[in-house]
Design a protein. Structure first.
Length: 546
């Protein structure tokens, strides 16, 4: 990699060069975008440096990163928005497995069939597990209950005192937004617990995994986190949560009414799955170290100018944390998180600078949120959003930036939630002015609309979108992104030594700035589309921000 002050083109040459702003762009526009991209990348170079130690929430490296963002927000002209200045305290509980004193096994007619941690399955410690549990297993197929669609995979099953085995997937005929929401672990557990279940054993969909099992298993030894405030506990009553290696899940189905291979055939085709009791029970022993941690959201405010609308705000967010330093002793151990998500936070800083120097102040206020502990389940944004509901300002929208991946020219823009609210029309308008094509999520089965901080706002009924660089299916650009995920996603190689298109980065910051200006100056606040299922999640009286 060449210096961050020069534009990287090694990936761009694979897809061809040309006008990065579409047919309407000029060379001068591209040059300005490149300069903006250089400034944005300079923040990434600080936030993703080795001395930030991977920015794990609660670590010294994370706190240094938070202080850097605080100073950049201040220099950009923002004012403190949190109760104690720019830093908004978030209290966390950290749990880390002790595998030498933990075990997992299947039990059949008194016979113990040990499972190998890391190879057959892993413990998830986002909830508070029991130290010892033995319970029967029941297979629930996709494990979904969606009343509006008449879907109930639990119908006819007795879940009382049992561990639910289910695929983290959905039939292909269910709309992406709906299956993503009802398929999320908190929503699943809400339903399972009400039916009397005591735990879950999730099998990732082997036909659409973001990470190979080896990397999923490697992460099991790293700490899990939860919000310390018990009112946030979405997994209360869950005595065990394991993730099963789909390549070795056949052990759970030996002697079952349907063979595992038959179930996989139906899963691959996106068809309905059978449901039945499994002939085995699960025995688990969990020993974990528990520690209390503190991490801070960084929150800045750009006050609106309109006397009527300034008490409404648009929250623009990006998560500051990443995965820290690996516990394993070999190789590069620092998860620098340059694209995930130092780039998103760097964009926040430059957007704040641009908006504060805009010729006219926006009518509504804009809150800039660099959130903590997103990698642990959107914890920082959840804490912020819940406190915001009782604040003085009404939050009317969220625009989130997570891993926007400026790997190639920005000709297409993927918008998660594009059709869910009229924010989609706002994005289309500002993108069209820059000659950028807008597209919905081309891979809806990956459930990305619920997998970052925008979901914390969506669940409170606040319209939201998340943006990233797009591609056409089957294009070279899609191949570049797939290669990035295979080699760099949640890996130490997501560092400063990777190609980046600085012009695309700058153009993305420009687009984000224009979008926020447009939304902040709307006469009416954003609204859910009439046919959006998310509009029914909650009755929103006065969601607000601090």
């Amino acid at each position: 990699m060449r210096s961050g002050s020069t534009r990287m083109v090694s990936l761009v040459t694979l897809v061809g060069c040309g006008a990065l702003f579409g047919a309407t762009a000029s060379e001068g526009d591209a040059g300005n975008a490149t300069e903006l991209g250089k400034r944005t990348w300079s923040h990434v170079q600080v936030l993703a440096a080795d001395d930030m130690q991977g920015r794990r929430a609660g670590s010294d490296g994370y706190q240094r990163a938070a202080l850097y963002v605080t100073e950049q927000f201040r220099q950009a002209g923002l004012v403190p928005s949190a109760a104690n200045g720019f830093l908004d305290r978030v209290d966390l509980i950290e749990r880390q497995i002790d595998e030498t004193h933990s075990s997992l096994a299947l039990i059949e007619r008194g016979q113990v069939l040990p499972l190998r941690l890391g190879e057959d399955g892993i413990f998830n410690l986002r909830g508070k597990p029991d130290q010892h549990i033995e319970a029967p297993l029941v297979f629930a197929g996709y494990g979904l209950r969606i009343p509006a669609l008449g879907i109930d995979d639990l119908k006819g099953l007795d879940l009382k005192g049992k561990v639910v085995v289910a695929f983290l997937a959905a039939p292909t005929d269910i709309a992406g937004a709906m299956q993503a929401h009802f398929g999320s672990p908190p929503e699943r557990w809400k339903v399972y617990r009400a039916a009397g279940a005591v735990g879950v054993a999730y099998i990732p969909n082997p036909f659409s995994m973001d990470l190979p099992w080896e990397r999923v298993a490697r992460a099991r030894l790293e700490p899990f986190m939860a919000l310390a405030d018990a009112s946030f506990d979405e997994f209360a009553g869950q005595k065990v949560w394991i993730t099963v290696n789909p390549a070795r899940a056949e052990k759970f189905f030996d002697g079952a009414p349907s063979a595992y291979a038959e179930v996989l055939t139906l899963l691959k085709a996106g068809k309905s799955l059978p449901h039945f009791d499994l002939p085995r029970s699960l025995r688990a022993k969990v020993t974990a170290r528990t520690e209390h941690k503190r991490a801070d959201n960084v929150v800045g405010l750009l006050r609106g100018s309109d006397a009527r609308l300034r008490n409404e705000c648009v929250v623009v967010s990006a998560h500051l944390d990443h995965l820290g330093i690996a516990s394993t002793p070999d190789g590069d151990r620092i998860f620098n998180g340059a694209m995930d998500n130092a780039a998103g936070v760097a964009g926040l800083i430059e957007v704040a600078r641009r908006l504060n120097t805009a010729p006219e102040r926006m009518k509504r206020s804009i809150v800039f949120l660099a959130a903590t502990a997103e990698e642990m389940g959107h914890l920082g944004s959840r804490a912020y959003a819940k406190r915001a509901v009782t604040g003085k300002m009404r939050t009317v929208a969220n625009v989130n930036s997570d891993m926007f991946l400026p790997l190639f020219p920005l000709k297409q823009l993927i918008v998660f939630g594009l059709e869910e609210s009229d924010l989609g029309a706002d994005v289309r308008a500002v993108a069209a002015a820059l000659g950028i094509e807008v597209q919905p999520d081309p891979e809806p089965l990956r459930n990305r609309f619920i997998r970052s901080d925008q979901y914390s706002f969506v669940r409170l009924g606040i319209p939201a979108v998340a943006l990233k660089t797009g591609f056409r299916l089957g294009s070279p650009e899609q191949g570049i992104e797939q290669q990035w995920f295979a080699e760099r996603y949640h890996a130490p190689s997501d560092d400063l030594n990777q190609p980046v298109d600085l012009t695309a980065m700058g153009q993305y910051v420009e687009l984000m700035s224009n979008l926020l200006i447009r939304v902040a100056n709307r006469e009416d606040p954003p609204a859910w589309a009439a046919n959006s299922f998310f509009a029914t999640l909650t009755t929103r009286k006065s969601p607000a921000s601090d």
